[in-house]
Design a protein around this ligand. Sequence first.
Ligand SMILES: [Zn+2]
Length: 128
Amino acid sequence: MRKSTIDKIKNILLQQKEELEKETSKKGLDLENHDNSIIADANDRATRDTDMSNDYTVKQIKSMKYLDIIDTLRRIEKNDFGICEDCGCDISEKRLKAYPTSKLCIVCQEELEKDKKNKNMVLNSSKN
Ligand SMILES: [Zn+2]
């Protein structure tokens, strides 16, 4: 990928990061101490019962997005950006422009989603 393209994406990420930080300081969103179990629990509740979706869940989602951005910026610094974490091939520029924080190429992402669906199917039906 061209350096100019990476720089563009980097600028977008830095902007998003700044926006999230501004919002955070206003609303007191705790980005440093995020707890995975709390996030999982909040997501679980939110999908089970939409009435439970509250400001807290929004905060957690924003916190995850923030960490994704930090992680992606770190990967840009390490020249790991745009490389699929799973198969090691290049993630397409189109995909990265649409989803700068993508860690997987489209093929691996689709596999992952298929896998998730399969797991759900296994969970929902009796084994054998
Ligand atoms: Zn891949």
